[in-house]
Design a protein around this ligand. Structure first.
Ligand SMILES: [Zn+2]
Length: 154
């Protein structure tokens, strides 16, 4: 399977990592509300997702049940991204996923946005989450994200 087509589910300890992976365009589900280990494995199997976890016991159970799993060793975000880069994940900034809810982003024209306070600079590219409505646009923090991803991806 191409890594670009691979889908993931993060466990509760890795929600921050999941957000960063979404910025790089990866499809990463959050764990369902109140999900226990068995639920996570069930979702991974049912939706053909690779489980990302720092829990060795869960990783072992996951593999035993036939689901894909990547065991993350570090508790440090940049090191975690580095581990995934080593595992072959692309960490190029690619705005196709909402970092909060994993919904797909659609490109919108600035004039489609009703609230003038939130309108970005004229002519900037703008995306809206189809699921939760959060807006994204290129700006200074965007460049910071790109640089941080680049650093860990090298
Ligand atoms: Zn969203």
């Amino acid at each position: 399977m191409m890594d670009e087509d691979r889908r993931y589910i993060a466990d509760l300890m890795l929600l921050r990592l999941a957000r960063w992976l979404r910025m790089a365009g990866h499809d990463v589900s959050n764990p369902p509300e109140g999900a226990d280990d068995s639920d996570l494995i069930e979702v991974a199997l049912a939706e053909d997702r690779t489980l990302l976890t720092r829990d060795r016991v869960l990783a072992r159970r996951c593999k035993k049940s036939g689901a894909d799993c990547i065991l993350i060793r570090s508790s440090d975000l940049e090191e975690q991204l580095g581990e995934l880069a080593d595992a072959g994940l692309s960490l190029e900034l690619d705005p196709v996923r909402c970092t909060l809810c994993n919904g797909p982003l659609e490109e919108v024209a600035g004039s489609d946005i009703g609230d003038p306070v939130r309108r970005p600079e004229e002519g900037s590219l703008l995306w809206r989450c189809e699921r939760c409505g959060k807006l994204y646009w290129r700006g200074s923090h965007w460049r910071g994200i790109r640089e941080r991803l680049k650093r860990t991806g090298d």
